[in-house]
Structure formats: structure tokens, C-alpha cells
Design a protein around this ligand. Structure first.
Ligand code: HEM
Length: 484
């Protein structure tokens, strides 16, 4: 595929952007309290993880303060996260949320998942790109490297994705034929690992049998140990609070697997590693640990969350929606091999993907620290934020902001089509930035913003080239009807 058809060409110019730090609104003190020392944090932690869950916890506070910006503790916290400060400012509407992307007023140093940062031993004692603020020179080096890898991989991205999806659907069809349904998470992750190792690292897992067999499990364990303290797991309480949310897990539990991944990237991804060293001035260790992180955390982790929710949206949608999608795919693409160029023409499929990203943003919480004192604007008020305070943006609420999205709670498959598309994309934030913007070294937007959307479109198009209809949940395919 020529570079002119690479996904980065899809960005549109923003029409109107919400002004993040406008001060023309009445300025109020931020409501909310952090409660008594230690007890306040513990009480909020139990409500957030156990008694209420994140949505109810935030909704109750939003209703009681009658605003979308308020002070609250967000776990992890007391007793064993001694260096973690849970005091944050929740940001729950679309306008205020855009402040999290304004690198003039916020910084993103070490705040990927809040004030808690997993030990750098998980990443070779290196602070990898996602933890770097845009003012740190290394951020530009690592981000440019990542953008370059994506561009270079665009000639194999489609073929690798489709051939690995072909393997996945083969396994699923066999299971459905025998058992009537098929759990697809394992075959999906196996296929994702192989596809992403090839595209991001330039490494073929089949050259390393243990990694080919278990690479996806190695990454799952490595991810889980880093993320568990920040994830709501609404089962088996109080055991979860005692054993999963009270202390950070040590890297030693996965160091053996990580060492194997390191050797795999070093040996099989030699060319990509050399590119990072010679073109971007990174040391060998910096390149390899950043590659493992982008492969495992950003790409494998991101797709492992997003694609099941997309399959769920599709597999639980009614016949009429599936028929419209199928018709578009067959009219525009027919049985031609899929390409980025072709899926860019699928308006309804793209809108379906955008609507899934709006209602089920794969990364729910985003954080940013005030770089200076500033006024944070909601639709109707301004709030004074002090330098150093941590903002906690919760995407599922911002993406259901009734002032921006009509019928915000409803999944409307064609919401992002026609005249309103261009305007609405300014408010679709799943990638840590508006869908109408592009990732650069000056922002913290997902480097693969366009690749993710087009890959998801390709999954939907591939499904309707294979099948007339599909029934599925976020973990299983329950029925498929082959294309006639
Ligand atoms: C569905 C899949 C994906 C999702 C949901 C996703 C989401 C995100 C989000 C929300 C961020 C911002 C995190 C923050 O700072 O708050 C981010 C950053 C990033 N993503 Fe993605 N991502 C996905 C796939 C990928 C892929 C495939 C790649 C690379 C090949 C990638 C590379 C990156 C990089 C390098 C950053 C850091 C940007 C920076 O530091 O400026 N992501 N991603």
C-alpha cells in the first residue's frame, strides 16, 4: 500500500474547538470535600470499588453538588499506597474534559493511571513514553519513533490483521459448529498478539515457539499486575479490597516472562530496534522497553478491550442495523480484498465504530496535572484550579454529555454520518484528544488514533464479507449465518 493511503490522511480539520480555559463564565469554588484524613480516602475507596461502583459513586456526587466538576478521592489509596495522593478534581462533562488535552495548562508526567504509577521495574527501570510529559525531550523522540513505526507498518498492517482474523474465525466457526457457540477471547488475543508483534516490532512470533504459544498470556499477566490496583472488580468483596486493592504487586511475579519478551524483541525485532537507535537517538534498552510497552500495553491492551466491545455492539444490534451495515459493505467493497482506502469509504461502518467508542470508551479514566493556576470551564461555570492539582476525567460521562450529544444514552449507529459528522468528531475523545485532531509530538493523543478506527472498520467489513448476520456478546459468538 502506498503511503498516501496510510490512516493519518483521514484527519479532518476541526471546525469549532471548545475553549478549555475561557474565563468569561462566572467563576465558582470547586464543590466537594476529601473528608477526614485517611478515613475520607478509605470511605471513598470502598464506595468507588465496592458499595457503589465508579458510575454510581460519581453520579451521586454529580447530583448532590449539581455540577460536573467537584473534588473527590479516587483510589487507590490508604492504607498501603502511602505515596499515592487520592485527592483529585473530577471532570465529567465534554467541555471541561477537553482541558485534559490542553498542554499549555496541564502536564502528563507519570499520570497515565492517576497519581499511582506502577514500579518502573515493569518497564526495565525506564519511564516509557506514555509517562513522559510533552516538555520532556524524550517524549518527542519516543513518539516520533512510534509514529514512524506505524507509518512503515502500513503496507503489512491490513494483510497481517486479516490473515490473523481469518485464523480466529476458523477456530470460532469450528466451535460454533460443535457447541452452538464459541468463546472468542482467547483466539482473539492469540491473533492480536501475532498481528501486532509483526506490525509494531517487525518480529514473527513463529520463530520463537514459546512466545508464539504464550505471548498473549505473558502480556495479560504483566498488564494485570500493573493495573489491578486501579480496576473496579465487582465480585468477591471484601476479598478484592483486601488482596487486590490494598498494595501494589511486585514485578518479580512476571520477570521471567518479561525477560523472554525482551529477548524476543531484541532478536526478532532487530531492524526496528536499530531504527530507534540510529534514527531517534534512543539507547537499545530504551527502544526495547518502549516497544514492549507499545506492543503490550497500548496496542494489545487497547485492542483487547475495544474489539470485544465492538463485537458486542454489533452482535447485539438488531437485524435492521446489521442489514444496513452489510448492504454498505457489499455495495462499496463487494468481495474485493479490504484495504484502508476501501474502509475509509464505509460511512455507516465508521459511524458505528465511532458510536461504540463514544458509549464504551476503552480507556475510561484519564488524568492530567495542572501546570499552573487556571480557570477550568464547564458549559456554564468556571472553576479555579491550582497548580499541581490532579484532574480525573471520566470518559463515559463526558461522552454522554447531553449538551453535546442528542439522546446521549442511546446507541445511534448513524450518529456520526452526514453534515453533523465533522462537528461531532470534535467531541469524540477516546484517543485522549478529539477525533478531529492528529497525534503529534506536542500532544499526548494516541499515536495510533486513525489505525485503531480503520482496523475496527476492517473487522466489521470482514465480518460482513464472511457472514450475513452475527449474534455475539463481549466474550462469545452465539450464532453466525454464513454469507449466501
Ligand atoms: C483500541 C486500541 C487503543 C486504545 C483504546 C488506545 C488509547 C490510548 C489513550 C487513551 C492514550 C492516552 C493515554 C493518556 O496519556 O492518558 C493513548 C496513548 C498512546 N497510544 Fe494508544 N490506544 C490504542 C492503540 C494503540 C496502538 C495500536 C498504538 C501503537 C501502535 C498506540 C500507541 C500509543 C502511544 C505511543 C501513546 C502515547 C502518546 C504520547 O505519549 O504522546 N495505541 N492510547
Amino acid at each position: 500500500m502506498s503511503s498516501s493511503s496510510s490512516p493519518s490522511q483521514t484527519s479532518t480539520t476541526p471546525t469549532t474547538k471548545p475553549p478549555p480555559s475561557s474565563t468569561s463564565l462566572p467563576v465558582r469554588a470547586i464543590p466537594g470535600t476529601y473528608g477526614l484524613p485517611l478515613i475520607g480516602a478509605l470511605s471513598d475507596r470502598f464506595k468507588y470499588y465496592w458499595f457503589q461502583g465508579p458510575e454510581t459513586f460519581l453520579k451521586k456526587k454529580m447530583e448532590s453538588y449539581k455540577t460536573t466538576v467537584f473534588r473527590t478521592n479516587i483510589p487507590p489509596s490508604f492504607p498501603f499506597f502511602l505515596n499515592v495522593n487520592p485527592k483529585m478534581i473530577a471532570v465529567l462533562d465534554c467541555k471541561a474534559f477537553s482541558t485534559l488535552f490542553d498542554m499549555d495548562v496541564v502536564e502528563k508526567k507519570n499520570v497515565l493511571i492517576g497519581d499511582f504509577m506502577p514500579s518502573t521495574s515493569f518497564t526495565g527501570n525506564i519511564r516509557v513514553g506514555v509517562y513522559l510529559d510533552t516538555t520532556e525531550p524524550q517524549h518527542a523522540q519516543v513518539k516520533s519513533f512510534c509514529l514512524d513505526i506505524l507509518k512503515r507498518s502500513s503496507n503489512v498492517w491490513t494483510s497481517e490483521f486479516l490473515s490473523n482474523m481469518n485464523d480466529m474465525w476458523g477456530k470460532i466457526e469450528k466451535d460454533v459448529a460443535v457447541n452452538g457457540s464459541a468463546s472468542y477471547l482467547v483466539p482473539l488475543q492469540q491473533s492480536l498478539f501475532k498481528f501486532l508483534a509483526k506490525c509494531i516490532v517487525g518480529a514473527d512470533p513463529s520463530t520463537s515457539p514459546e512466545v508464539a504459544e504464550n505471548g498473549h498470556i505473558m502480556l495479560d499477566k504483566w498488564l494485570a499486575l500493573q493495573l489491578i490496583p486501579t480496576q473496579s472488580i465487582p465480585v468477591l468483596q471484601p476479598l478484592v479490597e483486601i488482596f487486590l486493592h490494598s498494595f501494589a504487586y511486585p514485578f518479580a511475579l512476571v520477570s521471567g516472562d518479561y525477560g523472554k519478551l525482551y529477548e524476543f524483541v531484541k532478536k526478532q525485532g532487530h531492524e526496528t530496534v536499530q531504527l530507534g537507535i540510529t534514527e531517534y537517538g534512543l539507547s537499545q534498552d530504551e527502544v526495547i522497553h518502549n516497544l514492549i510497552f507499545v506492543l503490550g500495553f497500548n496496542a494489545f491492551g487497547g485492542f483487547s478491550v475495544f474489539l470485544p466491545s465492538l463485537i458486542d455492539s454489533l452482535g447485539s444490534s438488531n437485524n435492521e442495523i446489521q442489514e444496513k451495515l452489510r448492504k454498505e459493505v457489499r455495495q462499496v467493497v463487494g468481495s474485493s480484498p479490504l484495504s484502508f482506502e476501501l474502509v475509509k469509504k464505509l460511512d455507516l461502518v465508521q459511524s458505528f465504530v465511532y458510536e461504540t467508542l463514544r458509549l464504551k470508551p476503552p480507556v475510561r479514566a484519564q488524568f492530567a496535572r495542572a501546570r499552573k493556576d487556571f480557570v477550568l470551564s464547564t458549559h456554564d461555570s468556571g472553576f479555579e484550579v491550582k497548580k499541581g492539582e490532579l484532574l480525573f476525567g471520566y470518559q463515559p460521562f463526558a461522552m454522554r454529555d447531553p449538551k453535546v450529544f442528542d439522546e446521549p444514552e442511546t446507541f445511534i449507529p448513524d450518529r456520526f454520518t452526514g453534515d453533523k459528522k465533522k462537528e461531532l468528531l470534535n467531541y469524540l475523545y477516546w484517543s485522549n484528544g478529539p477525533q478531529s485532531d492528529s497525534p503529534t509530538i506536542s500532544n499526548k493523543q494516541c499515536a495510533a488514533k486513525d489505525y485503531v478506527v480503520l482496523t475496527a472498520c476492517m473487522l466489521v467489513a470482514d465480518i460482513f464479507q464472511r457472514y450475513d448476520s452475527i449474534k455475539a456478546t463481549s466474550s462469545a459468538i452465539t450464532a453466525i449465518e454464513k454469507a449466501k
